[in-house]
Write a protein that binds this ligand. Sequence first.
Ligand SMILES: C[S@@+](CC[C@H](N)C(=O)[O-])C[C@H]1O[C@@H](n2cnc3c(N)ncnc32)[C@H](O)[C@@H]1O
Length: 201
Amino acid sequence: MTQELLHSPATERNKKPILEVLRHVLPSAGLVLEVASGTGQHVVHFARELPKLVWQPTDPDEGSRAAIVARLRAANLENVKEPISLDVLYTPWPVDRSDAILCINMIHISPWAVTEALFANAKHVLSSTGVLYLYGPYRQSGRHTEASNESFDTSLRSRNSEWGVRNLEDVTRIAEAQGFVLETTMDMPANNLSVIFRNAL
Ligand SMILES: C[S@@+](CC[C@H](N)C(=O)[O-])C[C@H]1O[C@@H](n2cnc3c(N)ncnc32)[C@H](O)[C@@H]1O
């Protein structure tokens, strides 16, 4: 992290491959709600490259929101709203409606109840047939896909016993229970997945 603008090297590396997926899954216009925006690197990059969409960054962490504000000032983009506080656990969410929701690298760095709340509450905000896009590392059929993900999982759990790399089937099960359908998954660099759910309500 630099002093001027909060900076995540991993976010800098994955923003371009994620954008290429988003070009295909996001609507051509409308509001995109980003849950857990962190440093704001993603929202600035995506908003610049997809200017017909309006972007709403959010994060429950005050320091992150301040970082996003600083990054937006530097970027000078007209299609990004000021960041707002959104903790997925608390309802109602401070957004009435969105045409798509992004949640990148959050569900393994938060308790499982946060993933459950994400789906339970996103469905009330997301337009019918809207996309809920997740990105991060996953286990599949209970197994890590690579040794590096297993090490990452161990380090996450040592930091917080409620964190950890999630099993894709468990995530899909709770998504389906809330009326989402798993549209597709895509392999991404560094053993991550893009996971695309659609609101089927
Ligand atoms: C590893 S950072 C990822 C940030 C950004 N999406 C990225 O990929 O660079 C995880 C983020 O999840 C957010 N977060 C943790 N628990 C949350 C919750 N209950 N609701 C919303 N965001 C949460 C944190 O504040 C943090 O910004």
